[in-house]
Ligand binder design. Structure first.
Ligand code: 4FN
Length: 213
């Protein structure tokens, strides 16, 4: 699966894409990431990508020409890819959508907004508008990283060892996680619940079922 990300700040993605799981997914050829710098499609010698809004008002808006050109470039690499626009007005991104994207063999092209937003005409080439939640952010980059992380771990073969049935049991049955403990048994006077040390797996399963958020 190919994930192409259109952004004015490609360097923001380096840490996330080079972290263990996403790095391994790339190394094993399961996912290919491509960062597209919107600036490369800027207009004129100053590589302009933003302009003042028609109708007046504060701030700047991403111009249509660089955005359309960047999407065209991404589509050339991957004609069947779905185009996603990260926007606070979008549908709330969730695990079900992550699973759908991962299952689809087609790639993703993710557009990240900046400033006050983008010229609305870009929505004519967008398949889905997505939001990660209701808070003010400075750009769509962090939301794009959330989608990239959530989708990549579900791409077949990425999470070694675990079967898809195992992955489903927690994240997709609406079951929240139970509390976890590791060594030492007592830390700063805080003891691990006895049942977890008992070796009684029926009792442990019951405790975990009773102690999920
Ligand atoms: N945000 C709100 C209302 C008005 C504006 C914003 C806001 C980044 C380009 C969009 C934000 C949150 C979740 C993208 C927020 C997301 C963004 C997202 C995002 C710069 C314009 C902007 C009512 C939600 C508080 C800035 C609410 N998921 N504007 O944040 O891109 O994907």
């Amino acid at each position: 699966m190919r994930i192409q990300i259109i952004t004015l700040f490609p360097e923001m993605f380096e840490g996330v894409l080079n972290s263990s799981m996403l790095w391994k997914a790339q190394k094993e050829g399961l996912v290919e990431y491509r960062l597209i710098n919107l600036r490369d499609f800027g207009i004129g010698p100053r590589k302009q990508v933003d302009d003042t809004p028609y109708g007046g008002g504060d701030g700047m808006v991403l111009m249509p020409e660089p955005l359309f050109a960047a999407v065209d470039d991404a589509k050339e690499k991957d004609p069947d890819a779905q185009v996603l626009l990260m926007t606070p007005r979008g549908d709330l991104f969730n695990q079900e959508l992550a699973r759908e994207f991962a299952a689809t063999q087609a790639g993703l092209i993710i557009i990240c907004g900046r400033y006050e937003g983008y010229d609305e005409r870009i929505t004519t080439v967008v398949d889905k508008q997505l939001s990660i939640g209701n808070y003010v952010l400075t750009g769509g980059e962090l939301p794009a990283m959330v989608v990239t992380d959530a989708v990549t771990r579900l791409v077949p073969g990425v999470l070694g060892g675990e079967t898809s049935a195992e992955k489903e049991s927690f994240s997709e049955a609406g079951v929240l996680e139970h509390p976890h403990y590791t060594r030492p048994e007592i830390y700063r006077g805080l003891k691990v619940p006895d049942v977890l040390l008992s070796g009684n797996h029926a009792e442990i399963d019951k405790w975990r079922a009773d102690n999920n958020a």
